[in-house]
Design a protein around this ligand. Structure first.
Ligand SMILES: Cc1cc2nc3c(=O)[nH]c(=O)nc-3n(C[C@H](O)[C@H](O)[C@H](O)COP(=O)(O)OP(=O)(O)OC[C@H]3O[C@@H](n4cnc5c(N)ncnc54)[C@H](O)[C@@H]3O)c2cc1C
Length: 402
């Protein structure tokens, strides 16, 4: 959806004597997380304005392109429990949108010998949450999926619910539901200032000042710009990543490939693309650090060649590169999310996915709506506040391997 809401914001929303627009809640940033929050807030009957600095559905952030991984396998029981909510919230989004969004293909985590990521954490966390999985040796992996050629000693952890969800389409579905529930979604309009007045918050964007009860900041790589003036700065690193599509000579042989993640440093992942005969793959955290306002959209041949060499060893039949594109990662030092009110500003709530948040977009939409309206949520987001060492300790050593 594009700009149908802009007119509604200007015509139907009451204006205060000072000339600002009054609305219950503002959402700053309409990628996956902000779209989820707008959907959830509007569905609960609140008046909502969502503001996006670029056109809706643009490709300069993190929520565009074909697909993202949805999986139970994670390194702590708390994360695994959150994935259980994620599957439920995607099912709710499917039911409300009438769209099929979750494609279950099975998920295979591959742990080579002496790998950087501990399989014990994954196995223990799945077990603690009662999620079924299989442990496979190389022979069993090769027997089930002869396309893989992992080195001797590789452990495979297979979880049958591993899935992909569509990035651009899933985000658009939440925007559509938000608009249908009455939200006004405005593209090409940048939030320039957020000020907390205690009883209300003022969000300035373009030539309009929105007076609201609370604001959800879902600006990912631009979060600190939006928060400037509220006395907080999150230590964020933005990297420019590069998913690449390969064309197998025999695409049919790749149709039953599970979603796979190479759990080492460097880490890679990939899966078959549904709807086109290609295999998508990328390195996790393999791109350079960039300024989101001054970065290229051109593919990097060195990154492509590094990935192609890895694919040649793990999936030798995955074929030639057909295209690459760029996408931003916005990373906290501990790679944990931020889902919390800004300290001292309870009506300004931040949602940040730390470059693995798409799978949780419908869940985070619900959580952010809970937090900005009531200050509480039933989901366990206790690890994602501002008061943790990863965000407060300047000496904290970044670790993005999860
Ligand atoms: C290549 C790649 C692969 C990934 N794979 C996975 C995966 O498999 N599984 C998974 O769960 N996650 C994955 N992720 C991470 C996931 O996609 C992101 O965590 C998620 O999409 C972030 O959504 P967002 O809405 O926070 O950010 P964005 O989509 O970047 O949205 C933020 C929005 O805020 C807007 N904005 C910023 N400042 C302002 C302002 N001042 N005024 C108005 N608007 C503003 C921006 O323009 C942008 O549209 C991947 C990411 C990438 C790049």
């Amino acid at each position: 959806m594009t700009e149908p809401g802009r007119q509604r914001a200007e015509t139907a929303t009451p204006r205060t004597p000072e000339g600002s627009v009054e609305v219950d809640y503002v959402v700053a940033g309409l990628g996956a997380l902000g779209s989820g929050a707008a959907w959830q807030l509007a569905t609960r009957g609140h008046s909502v304005v969502g503001l996006e600095q670029f056109e809706l559905g643009h490709s300069r952030g993190a929520s565009h392109d074909t697909s993202r991984i949805l999986r139970h396998s994670y390194h702590t029981p708390a994360y695994v429990r959150l994935t259980q909510e994620a599957y439920d919230d995607w099912a709710r989004l499917e039911a409300e949108s009438g769209e099929t969004l979750v494609t279950v293909a099975g998920g295979l985590d591959l742990f080579p010998p002496d790998c950087a990521i501990s399989p014990d954490d994954y196995v223990g966390s799945l077990r603690a949450c009662g999620i079924a999985f299989e442990e496979l040796d190389v022979g069993e992996i090769r027997q089930r999926w002869p396309q893989f050629h992992p080195p001797a000693g590789t452990l495979g952890l297979y979880q049958e619910r591993g899935a992909i969800v569509p990035a651009a389409r899933g985000t658009a579905a939440m925007q559509r539901l938000a608009a249908e529930a009455g939200a006004t979604l405005v593209g090409s309009t940048s939030v320039t200032r957020v000020t907390d007045h205690g009883s209300h918050v003022v969000v300035e964007a373009g030539d309009t000042a929105y007076t609201c009860r609370g604001v959800v900041v879902a600006a990912d790589a631009w979060t600190n710009q939006v928060l400037a003036g509220l006395g907080v700065e999150i230590p964020l690193t933005v990297t420019l990543e590069q998913p690449t599509y390969f064309q197998p000579a025999d695409p049919a042989a790749y149709e039953d490939l599970p979603i796979w993640i190479w759990m080492d440093e460097p880490s890679y992942y990939g899966f078959p693309c549904y709807g086109e005969p290609t295999v998508k793959a990328a390195q996790d955290c393999g791109g350079p650090t960039v300024d989101p306002d001054d970065r290229t959209s051109e593919p990097d041949p060195e990154m492509r060649d590094r990935l192609a060499a890895f694919m040649g060893s793990l999936l030798p039949g995955s074929g030639d590169v057909v295209r690459s594109l760029r996408c931003q990662y916005t990373l906290t030092p501990d790679r944990d999310f931020v889902l919390a009110p800004v300290p001292g500003h309870g009506s300004v709530v931040v949602g940040l996915g730390s470059a693995h948040g798409f799978k949780f977009a419908p869940t985070f939409g619900r959580v952010l709506a809970d937090l900005v309206t009531t200050g509480e949520t039933t989901s366990d987001v206790s690890g994602f506040g501002f008061d943790r060492p990863g965000l407060t300790d300047p000496a904290y050593e970044a670790n993005w391997m999860v």
